[in-house]
Design a binder for this molecule. Sequence first.
Ligand SMILES: C[S@@+](CC[C@H](N)C(=O)[O-])C[C@H]1O[C@@H](n2cnc3c(N)ncnc32)[C@H](O)[C@@H]1O
Length: 338
Amino acid sequence: MTGPGSTLRPAQTPLINYIPPSGSGKTHEIHRCSMRHPNPSSQNQPRQLQSVPVLQSVSIMTTTNSAPNYALGSTDAEHERLIRQAALLAPFTERFFRSAGIGPGQRVLDLGSGVGDVAMLAAKLVGPSGEVVGVERDPRSIARAGARVADAGLPNVTFTQSDVSQISSSKPFDAVVGRFILMFLSDPLAVLRSLTPLVRPGGVVAFHELSWAPFLLLAARLPLWFAATSLIHETFRRSGANTEMGFALYQIFQQAGLSPPTMSLEMPLGNDPEFVRWVPDVLASLLPQARQFNLPLEPLGDLNTLRERLQAEVAASNSVVTWMAMVGAWSRKPATHT
Ligand SMILES: C[S@@+](CC[C@H](N)C(=O)[O-])C[C@H]1O[C@@H](n2cnc3c(N)ncnc32)[C@H](O)[C@@H]1O
């Protein structure tokens, strides 16, 4: 493995700003919110949504720039889930990167590479004359990513094992990119500030992050789907992840000295079993954390049959469900930026 060296960066407090609804949490409730029900039959009825017990705000100081728990873990099953997810999202991320100007011959830095899908997608865009350096903290993920690029015959993709807050490079990058990484950092602004000096003047900064708010609103019309997705959301939230990182990008880019980013929001829709599968898949990876937080699993029934029951609920709706809202933000580094 090769890649940039290290300099330690400080960490701060994660943003926790959304109190989710939950289907039927039975334990004590410390928050209620009122929202319009998206079901057309009750469109004008403000609905009191029950909440599972939640912290209204969390303040965590760490000595690295990471939320205290990376909730998804690094099991083989989670790696396979990331690969399936990447296949679904590839057209969205590719279109986003192309619109941001990622192209042939460029040198690209990919943050939080996981098992390598975004780095390999970037490699397709930069071609053999370009280069991609992926940064990933988890040794198991990086081993899998390395094996996959070797299998794919991509010698111009390398990975380095590092926290994203500890990157330095003597050679500038044409672009720094990442997908679903800033949401897991306790101080994404500090990381962005530490990385912009590594990008050449006029180079690109482009991130794909999430917004859960529209997803949860649209999920609310299917009870089991909503119970499962609310539990996923709450587990992420309690682990310190920022589930509204997508919209935060607008300010963070500017605070890091970049111009206001060009932004987009896309929500894949579907109803076939492979599409619906992402919810039980994510839940399976999150279960140890959900149990650690004592979140109620009873509303989901038998977890062994959850996947089939979710598929049946979606099929019976004769409609489609959404994936999470992906927010893309990209900007160019000003020529005068230091
Ligand atoms: C949700 S996965 C996304 C992987 C990949 N970007 C993709 O879209 O397929 C987030 C990855 O970021 C890594 N990660 C989280 N915090 C990190 C940190 N502070 N430094 C480096 N990697 C980190 C995790 O280990 C995980 O592999």
